[in-house]
Structures are given as structure tokens and as C-alpha cells.
Design a protein around this ligand. Structure first.
Ligand code: ZN
Length: 250
């Protein structure tokens, strides 16, 4: 692995009085865990670069089986004290998604780019938080082996209909005539178009679309349902997000 790389701190764990074990999503090697000693002291030069949500340039050294952070120069910090609790909760959820989907060397650069962009839009309040959440959830799933098939109705090949139905179990869509299951989620044209955009658009255009607030809310529910269904697990940070933000939305 590379001893110098850029990465985002997605998890931190205190060790004793002064040290931390941090988990970093790196550009070159995917998820990396490294010890950072003395960083809990504000005098430490590495203290800022090793905090949660810090995107930094790291230098690592090996000590036995473990990796240590020898330098951490901050490039951009996505945690700030002016962040509201919702922004922080969604940012933490994105970090957990990275840890769970664990990108490998080939997928890490795109993963990192996606998360950094999402954190940027979130922090700068450039887009609705629910929209950013939906984009991040569905694109991560699509790039991690859980790509839905939104091209056409899986039974008859119809491209679109006033309402199509999405099956969270197999990621396929069905038209009104072919849909047999009550569990399938209805998608109007706006929702289907948005989901197709998130899954199939080139990265450069990923964030350049918007939907009305009501549709963003609906979209966020669907992508969340898809991701929790596909991974068959719960996310601690998502539960937290529900208590501070989404509860009033559902
Ligand atoms: Zn059909």
C-alpha cells in the first residue's frame, strides 16, 4: 500500500488519554485503519488532520503489523462547529455507508469523490439534504454490486408509464399492468427519472438535477428502503438521523 495518500477520516476511536485509532477512506487503498498518537492534544500538529470528517494528506509508517499516522495535513474539513445537528447526522451516516460498503482499491477513488462532493453540497447547503442523501445512498449501492435495473419493466420491457413500480428486493421495475406485488413502491415519472439519473448519469452530471421538495422526501424514503433492504442491516447513524431530523418527515 501507499505510504502517502489523501483520505477522509470516517471514524475515530479514543485510545487512552492521548491517542486515537482512525478509519480513513483513502484514494489509493480504500479503507485503512491507523493509529494516531498524541493527537488528542491540541498542541499536536496532526490533531486537525486526524479528526472525523477531515479530508487530509496522510503519511503512514509501519510499526509491526500496525499502521501509524506520521503526518496529517488537512486539505478540507467537513466538520465545523457551525454545522447544524442535521448536517452532522447526515455526514456521519455517509461515513458509516463508506465503512459498510468498504470500497476496494479500484472503487475507492469514485467512492471518495462521491462522498466528498456530497459532504461539500451538504455543508454549503447547495441542495436539499434529502436530495443529497438519496443521491449518495443510491449511487453507493449502484457502485457496490447492488445496482438496480431501472431501464424498463422487467416483464414486458415498457420504458415508462404514468406509474411504475419498484421492487426493493431485486431492484427491478414493473409497469402498472405487470405489477403483481403490493409491496412494490409506486414511482411517478419524476421519481423514476430521478432514480435513473442517479444510477446512470456520468459522475460530472450526478448532482446537476433537482426535484420538488415533496419528491425529494419520497425519493429519500425509497433509496433508504432499498439500501437497508439490500444490505439487510441497520445503520446506527441512520437511527440517529431519524431521531434528530427525519422523524418529523415520515
Ligand atoms: Zn410491464
Amino acid at each position: 500500500m501507499k505510504t502517502v495518500t489523501d483520505g477522509l477520516v470516517i471514524k475515530e476511536m479514543s485510545i487512552g488519554e492521548a491517542d486515537k485509532l482512525i478509519t480513513i477512506l483513502t484514494k489509493d487503498d480504500g479503507i485503512v485503519k491507523a493509529y494516531a498518537s498524541g493527537v488528542k492534544s491540541i498542541k499536536s500538529k496532526r490533531s486537525v488532520g486526524t479528526t472525523l470528517l477531515s479530508y487530509s494528506n496522510f503519511s503512514f509508517s509501519k510499526s509491526g503489523k500496525n499502521l501509524r499516522v506520521s503526518e496529517a495535513t488537512p486539505i478540507k474539513n467537513f466538520f465545523s462547529t457551525d454545522n447544524d445537528i442535521e448536517t452532522f447526522a447526515i455526514s456521519q451516516y455517509f461515513c458509516e455507508l463508506c465503512a459498510v460498503f468498504e470500497p476496494h482499491e479500484e472503487t475507492a477513488p469514485e467512492f471518495l469523490r462521491l462522498i466528498l462532493n456530497s459532504l461539500y453540497f451538504l455543508k454549503e447547503k447547495k441542495k436539499s439534504p434529502l436530495m443529497i442523501k438519496a443521491i449518495t445512498e443510491l449511487r453507493i449501492a449502484a457502485k457496490s454490486g447492488y445496482c438496480p435495473n431501472l431501464v424498463a419493466c422487467e416483464e414486458c420491457g415498457a420504458f415508462e408509464d404514468e406509474i411504475m413500480f419498484f421492487n426493493c428486493e431485486n431492484g427491478a421495475i414493473q409497469c402498472k399492468n405487470c405489477n403483481k406485488s403490493e409491496k412494490n413502491v409506486p414511482l411517478n415519472k419524476t421519481l423514476l427519472k430521478a432514480m435513473r439519473h442517479i444510477v446512470y448519469s456520468p459522475f460530472e452530471r450526478l448532482y446537476s438535477f433537482s426535484v420538488p421538495d415533496e419528491a425529494a422526501k419520497e425519493l429519500s424514503k425509497i433509496t433508504e428502503r432499498y439500501i437497508t433492504y439490500q444490505t439487510d442491516r441497520s445503520f446506527k447513524t441512520l437511527d440517529f438521523l431519524h431521531t434528530v431530523y427525519l422523524e418529523s418527515e415520515t
